[in-house]
Design a protein around this ligand. Structure first.
Ligand SMILES: [Zn+2]
Length: 95
């Protein structure tokens, strides 16, 4: 097996992924409930805040997925081996 070093994003230095395998998800997008500190400090407001936060994250994830789907349609036919930065969604074109 040939070892190919993963290219890094020129914007944010994040390791890039193959565009054809990427769906717009990344670990930091996972909606999260249950930050104990929030509940202790804010009481029930903390719960509302958490719900609000996951709603915003969900909408953001939907938008990212749509954007990635569009990039795939536009780029993959010409550059099937393109790489994408999961952080800022910048694309490195590779034929
Ligand atoms: Zn980036």
């Amino acid at each position: 097996m040939v070892h190919v070093p993963k290219p890094r994003c020129s914007n944010c230095q994040y390791p890039m992924l193959a565009l054809k395998k990427f769906e717009g998800d990344s670990s930091r997008d996972a909606p999260g409930f249950g930050d104990d500190t929030n509940y202790r400090v804010w009481g029930s407001w903390g719960i509302l805040y958490d719900i609000f936060k996951s709603l915003t994250k969900g909408a953001d994830l939907q938008r990212r997925r749509k954007q990635v789907a569009r990039l795939k349609v536009e780029i993959l036919p010409k550059f099937p081996n393109s790489m994408i930065c999961p952080q800022c969604l910048s694309v490195l074109h590779r034929a």
